[in-house]
Each structure stands twice: as C-alpha cells, then as structure tokens.
Ligand binder design. Structure first.
Ligand code: GCO
Ligand code: MN
Ligand code: MN
Length: 390
C-alpha cells in the first residue's frame, strides 16, 4: 500500500474552480473544456479527495431562475452522495460581473453594496443547503488603483458594516456558518484592502460577532509580498482564527500563480505542513486541507488530475517527513539545547519579580559566545526534505 495515497481521513478538498480551471490567462483563452461540476465530483473522489468547495456561480450560473437553481443543486447533491464527497466550504463570486468593477462591499455606490449583500446571503443559503460550515470571503475587487476615489477608512468601515450585517443574517437564520476572510495584497486590483493575515486579524477584532469570523490565508498571497507564510499562519493559529486555508505554491514577487502545492519553496511547504499537523507536539489545525491552485496551462484533462494527485501526495510526503524530523533524536537534542525554562516564573509581572529580575545574575558574555546549532538543525531539515535522511 502506497503510504502517501490520500484517504478521506486526510480531509483534502479542492475548489470546483481549481481543477475546473480551463487555463485562460490575460494573454490567451481557455485551453481545456469546461467540466461539469458533477463530473468534477466523481473525478475528485477517484483521486482520493474528501471535499469540494465552490463559489455560487461555479455551480449556479449568474442570473439562473429559482427553478434552474434547484434542479442544478439537486443533481449536484446526488453526485456528492454517490461519490461520498462533502462540501466543507462555500464562497461568493463578488468579482466576475462588471457591476463589481469598483469593488463589492467597499464600492462607492451603495446599490452595488446592497447587491453584494443580497448575492452573499443567497450564496450562504446555497452553502448551508450543501452542508458547508464555512463561508469564505476573498476581497476580489475590493481595492483601488486611483486611491483618491475613496478614503481608505471608508473601505474598512464598509467592509465592517457588511460583515456585521452578514453575521446577523447567519444568526437570524439559525445557521452554524463561520466566516473565513482571505487576505491578498494585489491582483486584480493594484492594491487590495486587507492585504495580509495581520491586517485581517486586527480587522476581525473590530467586528460585532468576532467569534464567528476567522481567516482563510493562502500560500500564494503572502508569498507574493515576500512574507513568511508559516509565520503568518502561526499567528492566526495563536489567535484561534485559522478557520480555513488555501494551499498552493508561488514565487515571491510574481502574479498570483496558484501553483501545485509544494512545487515552489519546499522549505516553506515543509514548515507549513509541520505547523498544521502539529508534529512538534502542538495542537494540529482541524479544518480542511484545501487546495486553491490549478494545473499549468500546458495540460490537458489528464494533466489536471496529475496536478490534483500531486497536491495531495506532496502534502502527505511532507507530513511523513515532518513527523520523522520532529521524532529525530538529534533534532530533539538540538532543540532542547537552545531552550531554558528555569527563569520563566520570573517573566510574569509582579513587584517581587521586578526585584528578582534586577538581582538576577545573567552570564551575558557566556550566552553571547555560545553557538546555537541552527546550521546543523537546518541542514538536517534539508536532508529530510531531500530524502537522504529518515
Ligand atoms: C484568488 C483567490 C481566490 C479565492 C476564491 C475563494 O487569488 O483568486 O485566492 O481563488 O480563494 O475566490 O473565495
Ligand atoms: Mn484563495
Ligand atoms: Mn491565489
């Protein structure tokens, strides 16, 4: 049995728009046929995935009648049941229609903001009907090129009003849905509002029902800005706000590449999986291992499923490596050698501790002279990643 073969227990999910991406880019049209959502469900199940996520309009075309919507949802439900695939997350397309060219929740025209709320309520209803417990909000067009068009404080305020409205809607309907806000620094707008995990984490603290709202960070989005994704995710986990995650790969400074998970910056991918899986003995991330990526434009349909299998296989390989790394005696010794806990009780504030800290004899020169062994630690990590150790 292949130890890296994905199973439902791995809780891998893909967006309909990811494997369904027909390969269009700003310089050329599609290179692959558009696939039916029910067929995608069947193929994902064959690849070993557990879940599928969707935008409202990945399933129900914009402007469909209520009867058309219900018929589509019925067929999709049947496909989900037949292939034992769940819908853990749904989201709203607030970026494709031209009405959103100035943003959705932050647009200057209040009629656009009203329409965005209405569309999102419908998308939340759709998600709940399909069993989704998380609704993702990616800002899409929430941003600016001509920054003079709006006071950035109004953008923040309008987004807050929208989130407060939609949290009340969820409560009023008796839904259990939680929101996960997805930061991105740019693209398609020149500068997006709420560009990083940190911006989003603070914004969430200003909401009326902040307990219902967390983040959906994406590897590519923080990497575009050259940030350490694993550090950002660590801060989200510390805040209890990692409600969902978008896994993919990205080179620093480029357009949003949405590459196969682990195909760039393998170090960061390893550190991320290690963090999510809690192989250091810390509580793991409990949500879906969700891929928001797509196959290269060079691929036909077979290449799309190679892409999907590659994402999951790489995750499982990195998890096995992280487990082995953290169980490695030399790694444990190196980590233990850099830590000391005996002064910890003095590091919480009291007048007594202030006095004791002042009296403490700390061998500054001795500590300063001591090497920390991080070269060795890092090399061992790399040798696990290269596959020559463990
Ligand atoms: C992107 C985003 C999107 C969102 C998706 C879900 O950069 O295009 O990552 O793929 O994740 O729209 O809201
Ligand atoms: Mn994403
Ligand atoms: Mn992306």
């Amino acid at each position: 049995m292949d130890p890296y073969q994905p199973t439902k227990d791995d809780r891998f999910s893909f967006g309909l728009w990811t494997v369904g991406n027909p390969g269009a880019d700003p310089f050329g049209g599609p290179v692959r046929e558009v696939m039916d959502p029910c067929y995608i469900v069947q193929k994902l199940a064959e690849c070993g995935a557990w879940g599928v996520s969707l935008h409202d309009n990945d399933l129900v075309p914009f402007g469909a009648s209520a009867a058309e919507r219900d018929a589509i949802v019925k067929d999709f439900r049947a496909a989900l049941d037949a292939h034992e695939i769940v819908v853990p997350m749904a989201t709203t397309n607030l970026f494709s229609h031209a009405v959103f060219k100035d943003g959705a929740f932050t647009a200057n025209d209040s009629k656009v903001r009203a329409f965005a709320l209405r569309k999102t309520m419908d998308a939340i209803d759709l998600g709940v009907e399909l069993g989704a417990s998380t609704h993702v909000f990616w800002g899409g067009r929430e941003g600016a090129e001509a920054d003079a068009c709006r006071d950035p404080r109004d953008a923040v305020k309008r987004m807050r009003d929208a989130m407060n409205f939609l949290c009340e809607y969820v409560r009023d309907q008796g839904y259990e849905t939680r929101f996960a806000l997805e930061p991105k620094p740019n693209e398609p707008r020149g500068d997006n509002y709420f560009p990083t995990i940190g911006h989003m984490l603070h914004f969430i603290t200003t909401l009326d029902h902040s307990d219902m709202v967390g983040v959906n960070p994406e590897v590519a989005h923080d990497t575009i800005s050259g940030l350490s994704f694993s550090q950002g995710v660590g801060q989200a986990m510390d805040a209890g706000k990692l409600f969902h995650i978008d896994l993919n790969a990205q080179k620093i400074g480029r357009y949003d590449q949405d590459l196969r998970f682990g195909s760039e910056d393998v170090r960061q991918a390893f550190l991320l999986v290690r963090l999510l899986e809690g192989t250091m003995g810390t509580p793991p991330y409990e949500g879906p291992r969700h891929f928001d990526a797509h196959a290269y434009r060079t691929e036909d349909e077979a290449g799309v499923w190679d892409f999907a299998k590659g994402c999951m296989r790489t995750y499982n390989i990195l998890r096995a490596k992280a487990v082995a790394f953290d169980a490695d005696d030399e790694v444990r010794d190196l980590m233990a050698g850099t830590q000391s806990w005996e002064i910890d009780p003095l590091l919480s504030y009291s007048r007594d501790n202030v006095r004791k800290l002042r009296e403490l004899d700390i061998d500054l020169d001795g500590i300063a002279r001591q090497g920390l062994g991080y070269e060795r630690l890092d090399q061992i990590m790399m040798e696990y990643i290269f596959g020559v150790r463990g």
